[in-house]
Design a protein around this ligand. Structure first.
Ligand code: ZN
Length: 251
């Protein structure tokens, strides 16, 4: 079966002297893997296409029951060059990609909203928006889309609207009010308001939100711990360390 879909290249692994295996996230079929034979030959028709983090139109040959497709034609939709050449943009795109691959498995549906989210996150990073709020905000939406959303305004224990001091419970799924006692642990209200905004305003407006120095590292750690509880496994996010080292974590 031949299929055609726009997709982002999330990973490129060298398979042989001249072939690559790509991990894609596609509009129509969600996560996919594709073999590209001859991709690395000097005269390859694929040269300069399907670069890491680029958005391309793919034609794939798919066989029933196989997880690995074969790419037959590729044309570029967006090169997203800055995602490969600017430190901050690269670190942000790498970290968000790791999140996406950890949270979304093969066959998760529907793929459209996740694809549009990826398009927004990469688009903002490509236009050199501040990487930390874009990644943290993108992760909040990704968790929601994959069925692991949380509450940031209503107490998960009693249903009351949250006011004043806030606690957070990973296992109960979000914020806990002062009356509900010792459930969870205290979290800075600045992080809760960021998480609330992340679920309720555009990623673009979110990208201009500044937190105190180190604020986004705390925010990201909270999201990571929460996801680990709900996915029931450890997340190995290699790019997290790079993001911490090269970027001011209040921005
Ligand atoms: Zn309560």
């Amino acid at each position: 079966m031949r299929i055609s879909t726009p997709a982002f290249v999330l990973r490129r692994v060298r398979w042989s002297e001249s072939s690559l295996i790509l991990t894609l996230y596609s509009l129509d079929f969600g996560r996919a893997s594709a073999m590209v034979r001859g991709a690395l030959r000097p005269n390859s028709k694929f040269l300069g296409r399907m670069e890491l983090f680029s958005q391309d139109e793919f034609q794939l040959a798919r066989r029933e029951g196989r997880e690995l497709d074969t790419a037959t034609e590729v044309s570029v939709i967006a090169h997203n060059q800055r995602l490969r050449t600017r430190c901050g943009a690269f670190a942000g795109a790498s970290l968000f990609t790791e999140w996406l691959l950890a949270v979304i498995s093969h066959g998760n549906e529907p793929s459209g909203p996740v694809y549009r989210l990826l398009e927004q996150v990469f688009g903002l990073l490509e236009s050199e928006a501040a990487p930390w709020p874009v990644v943290c905000g993108g992760v909040v939406r990704l968790l929601k889309l994959s069925g692991h959303g949380f509450s940031t305004d209503i107490c998960v224990a009693c249903g009351a609207e949250i006011e004043g001091a806030v606690r957070w419970s990973h296992s109960s799924g979000g914020v806990v009010c002062g009356k509900c006692g010792e459930t969870g642990f205290p979290v800075k209200s600045g992080i809760i308001s960021f998480l609330y905004r992340a679920g309720n305003s555009s990623l673009e407006s979110l990208s201009r939100v500044r937190l105190w120095p180190g604020g986004y590292i705390q925010c990201h750690s909270l999201l990571k711990e929460y996801a680990q509880v709900h996915l029931e496994r450890r997340l190995l996010l290699k790019s997290e360390k790079v993001m911490k080292e090269i970027l001011d974590a209040g921005q």
